[in-house]
Ligand binder design. Structure first.
Ligand SMILES: C=CC1=C(C)c2cc3[nH]c(cc4nc(cc5[nH]c(cc1n2)c(C)c5CCC(=O)O)C(CCC(=O)O)=C4C)c(C)c3C=C
Ligand SMILES: [Fe+2]
Ligand SMILES: [Fe+2]
Length: 406
């Protein structure tokens, strides 16, 4: 059995620390003769998300992968059109990333959230410790390929696919799960029962998530003078979806509404509120009302104190830091609106605890046989979905990462 990194390091430390020991060679021989107890491979918590370009030179590849994704943007002749659209769009999007400091902070925040989550998980669930966070991004490094390589090198045999989108959409979490299945099959690791998979595919009204959002909203409201505070309009903003996806029965819209309602309940319905939708791309019809238009309308009604709450993403990204903080804010100021924004969940300790609690409960319920490997919601695909690809992925996950018998 080869020496693990940890046992080799301790041998070197042993040799250096004690001059009374015979020799490094004899010491190494002794360790080789009495096989080291194999280290337990970690329980993998695979954090699925879209990712973002960490640097400006990565913007082109990020957009190219995004426009190639048939689950997000189904295009005719996709392999020809996608690189063309991505190339045309790259200079504009590069400028936006330059304005927010030269890249997306998604990787930084995901890594920080994953580390905090797994430290807490080791305390909460010593039985499945050690827990290790892995990141599988859909459009930026670390991609699913990289994630599975790391898991294989660590000898992982038990993994939880944990979407970092609280609300499920076939175009986001669905796309990540399809990619996981595809890449695991291609790489010959993780798709044949060698890894036992289960999935946390949505958590829109999780109590910890709701408390973390409510905490940041209360903090934002504190910045208003007390006399004006209760009249501040809370404007929840989520990334929009094309109407044809909503009409296919995609669960995202109702799940976002569930998150918002649960937050308002936690706040005791302290303020007036609305849910609006941002970041429409292209000429087709998307779920409305649009956030920028809603601010215009509210301004006309004399509502001049508005606090934005991005509610469908758990860290800062281009749509909070550029679209809301720069573009929407400038327009709001011209209308005489005093616009603020609740901080994103980023390094919130309440949020890290929420992530750990979600995984801990999932592992316990799964081990106790109270839940299956995938939720009943995941297995029921959209009424309008006819994709055989989706059907295969979902049944593979429901079987804990094993193909159906032929
Ligand atoms: C829950 C969040 C998101 C949903 C739902 C979503 C759907 C969706 N997005 C596009 C097209 C684009 N999205 C782009 C960037 C982008 N999208 C989200 C989140 C959701 N998208 C985020 C967080 C980001 C930015 C990532 C970052 O860098 O920080 C882009 C690229 C930017 C641009 O060119 O404008 C596109 C394009 C569609 C078509 C869609 C639903 C089908
Ligand atoms: Fe998007
Ligand atoms: Fe679907």
């Amino acid at each position: 059995m080869p020496l693990t990194t940890r046992s080799a390091t301790s041998v070197a430390r042993m040799a250096a620390a004690s001059s009374s020991r015979p020799s490094l060679a004899r010491c190494l021989a002794t360790v080789r003769d009495s096989p080291a107890k194999p280290e337990k491979p970690p329980t993998a918590v695979v954090m699925l998300n879209m990712g973002g370009p960490s640097t400006i030179p990565e913007v082109g590849d990020f957009l190219s992968r995004l426009f190639h994704d048939n689950d997000l943007i189904p295009l005719p002749a996709q392999s020809i059109l996608a690189p063309f659209i991505a190339r045309r769009r790259t200079p504009k999007i590069e400028e936006q990333y330059k304005e927010i400091g030269g890249g997306s902070p998604i990787l930084k925040w995901t890594r920080a959230q994953g580390e905090a989550m797994c430290t807490l998980l080791d305390e909460l669930n010593p039985g499945s410790a050690p827990h290790k966070p892995y990141v599988a991004f859909r459009y930026a490094q670390p991609l699913t390929e990289t994630c599975l390589d790391e898991m294989k090198a660590d000898g992982v045999t038990r993994a939880v696919a944990f979407t970092q989108y609280p609300q499920y959409s076939c175009s986001t979490t669905g796309s990540s799960l399809n990619e996981l299945y595809r890449v695991a099959k291609k790489q010959g690791y993780g798709a044949t029962g060698d890894v036992e998979w289960s999935a946390i595919d949505r958590w829109p009204a999780d109590q910890g998530l709701v408390k973390a959002f409510a905490h940041n909203i209360r903090a934002a409201l504190q910045a208003y003078p007390e006399a004006r505070r209760k009249d501040v309009v809370l404007l929840f903003s989520a990334h929009s979806l094309p109407i044809e996806i909503v009409n296919r029965g995609d669960p995202y819209t109702p799940e976002v509404a569930a998150t918002v309602y649960a937050i308002m309940q936690e706040l005791g319905f302290s303020n007036p509120w609305r849910l609006t939708w941002q970041s429409k791309v292209g000429p087709k019809a998307w779920q409305g009302p649009q956030t920028a238009k809603a601010i215009e309308g509210l301004a006309k009604q004399g509502k001049k104190d508005i606090c934005l709450v991005p509610v469908a993403f758990t860290s800062d990204h281009i749509e909070t830091l550029f679209e809301l903080d720069i573009e929407v804010k400038e327009d709001a100021e011209k209308l005489g609106v005093h616009l603020t924004r609740a901080e994103s969940l980023n390094d919130s300790p309440i949020f890290a605890r929420a992530l750990a609690d979600i995984v801990s409960k999932h592992l316990n319920d799964y081990d106790a046989g109270k839940i299956g490997a995938a939720s009943a919601q995941l297995e029921l695909r959209c009424p309008g979905c006819t994709s055989p690809k989706c059907a295969r992925t979902k049944s593979w996950l429901a079987r804990g990462g094993k193909e159906a018998e032929a």
